[in-house]
Design a protein around this ligand. Structure first.
Ligand code: ADP
Length: 484
């Protein structure tokens, strides 16, 4: 089938609105699918930032009453992206974070807000817009989890559906009372439908009813089917095992390109890899670390949360510093981690330095100047940070979970002998295993030829969207064939 049409339904999309990796995927996939002959358009809520960036847009559909007030769908274009924006002021005309109110907690009507998004996604799927009748609807995360439910219970011929899990930790679980507002038939409130532990589970509904489930790495696809990583949904995912696929994310190679990156002190490429040294010096200077070519510089660019395992790094820190290494951290998030790292920096000036906050530009300098990038995550659906590290020749040191397992080739004896290693993996995610990995990093650092090999291998690894886009396109075609 050529010219396949796919509607993507997402609660955020880069560059219009972003809080995490979901926005990057939603923003990059449509462009990468063009060469696969897939026409993907995206439905997002018309938050103020979206409306402002979308500019001129035409009304393509109107609702007299969508969850309590009139609403309309507008169509516009930004860059290479074709966007349908759901303009429902009573639900989305709120500044700031898409999910959180000014006090930093969830908006109390999130259940309604994202049911509305899903409902409209399903309506477009069912052919309400003459101009765009999709063969497949692609729902992202719990915010679009009800799309497959609205399709399934519409009683009309429906297109196929695929749901992608970007992080199983967020599930959209609400009290049963919301069910009566959803406009779904009573038959939907069952264990095979949207019911979840007596309430309504939005992600659960998507996982139960979508034709295909994907997540963002093959290893995470296996892990979420186990009790340890399944966050209560492993049983359901096991029953759907035949429909579960893992497809890695790619990165935007134009934005993350060390040979053109304006955020660097010095651009470089695999042939001029030694020039990275100038970025290391710039990073040391910027962070107030002792200037040194020889001391290995370990770095972290991360949300500060339990998921990322950085409390383990606090415990393993003496291993870095006592052996003469340095640590640079760029992160924002939970208070207890911030204060732990702030204390570590205060007690080891010149060796440990932290920048708290979100700084996209500085993240680029970190990747270009660090010798090693540390990711001791307890779980990691895909991880983008290690992909940037590979591309920038900063050797990743990662726990062997999720996407970290699938993207970094451990420098064990066999991989070193074959000349294919790209980093260091450790397991399980523990202080001891992380400390051992740090020791291995020091050994590698003392062998410049081995280090050079690792960096070059990383820089030459294919971390683009080409492969992933091909796999999504294959699934979309298979779904469309079955639904037709
Ligand atoms: P997650 O989505 O779980 O936070 P990923 O590794 O998938 O983890 O994506 C994290 C992204 O956010 C990367 O692009 C990383 O560079 C960026 N990032 C995280 N923290 C910061 C920060 N404090 N400043 C700048 N960029 C950051």
């Amino acid at each position: 089938m050529s010219g396949l049409k796919v509607l993507s339904v997402a609660s955020e999309i880069f560059p219009l609105v972003k809080t995490g990796g979901l926005a990057d995927v939603a923003g990059a996939l449509p462009g990468a699918l063009v060469r696969e002959d897939v026409d993907m358009r995206t439905l997002v809520p018309a938050y103020p930032a979206v409306k402002q960036k979308l500019g001129d847009a035409e009304t393509v559909h109107e609702y007299a009453d969508l969850f309590g007030a009139p609403a309309r769908v507008i169509a516009g274009r930004t860059g290479e992206l074709d966007i349908f924006a759901l303009e429902a002021p009573h639900l989305f005309d709120r500044p700031g974070n898409p999910y959180l109110g000014p006090d930093g907690t969830d908006w109390p009507d999130n259940a309604r807000r994202f049911a509305a998004l899903a409902r409209v996604g399903a309506d477009i799927g069912l052919g309400e817009l003459e101009a765009f009748r999709p063969h497949v609807v692609h729902a992202h995360d719990w915010q679009a989890g009800l799309v497959p439910a609205y399709l399934r219970y519409s009683g009309r011929p429906a297109p196929g559906s695929l749901i992608t899990i970007h992080n199983l930790a967020f599930q959209g679980h609400f009290p049963a009372s919301i069910f009566w507002e959803l406009g779904l038939p009573d038959a939907a409130f069952t264990v095979d439908g949207v019911e979840y532990y007596g309430g309504v589970g939005y992600l659960k509904a998507g996982l139960a009813l979508a034709d295909v489930i994907t997540t963002v790495s093959p290893t995470y696809a296996r892990e979420i089917q186990t009790r340890e990583f399944g966050m209560g949904l492993d049983g359901l995912l096991r029953t759907r095992a035949a429909a579960v696929y893992g497809i890695l994310n790619g990165i935007d190679e134009a934005v993350w390109n060390p040979s053109t990156d304006p955020a660097l002190e010095q651009t470089y490429n695999p042939l001029r890899i030694d020039m990275r040294g100038r970025n290391k010096a710039a990073l040391q200077k910027r962070l107030g670390l002792a200037l040194s070519v020889d001391r290995p510089l370990f770095a972290v660019v991360s949300r500060l949360s339990g998921q990322k395992g950085l409390d383990q790094l606090l415990h393993a820190l003496p291993r870095i510093v006592d052996r003469g290494g340095q640590l640079a951290l760029l992160g924002s998030g939970e208070r207890w981690l911030e204060s732990g790292f702030a204390d570590a920096a205060a007690s080891r000036p010149g060796s440990v330095s932290c920048v708290f906050g979100y700084d996209e530009k500085l993240a680029h300098l970190f990747q270009s100047g660090a010798d090693f990038i540390l990711l001791p995550s307890r779980f990691e659906p895909c991880g983008l940070t290690e992909l940037y590290a590979l591309r920038y020749g900063a050797t990743p040191i990662v726990s062997r979970v999720g996407g970290l397992n699938d993207t970094v080739i451990d420098s064990n004896e066999a991989a070193l002998a074959a000349g294919v290693a790209t980093g260091v993996q450790f397991a399980p995610p523990s202080v001891e295993a992380l400390s051992d990995a740090i020791d291995r990093a020091f050994s590698l650092h003392h062998d410049p030829a081995a280090m050079r090999r690792l960096r070059l291998n990383g820089m030459r690894a294919d971390v683009s969207w080409r492969g992933p886009a091909k796999r999504y396109a294959e699934l979309f075609r298979a779904i469309a064939r079955t639904a037709a």
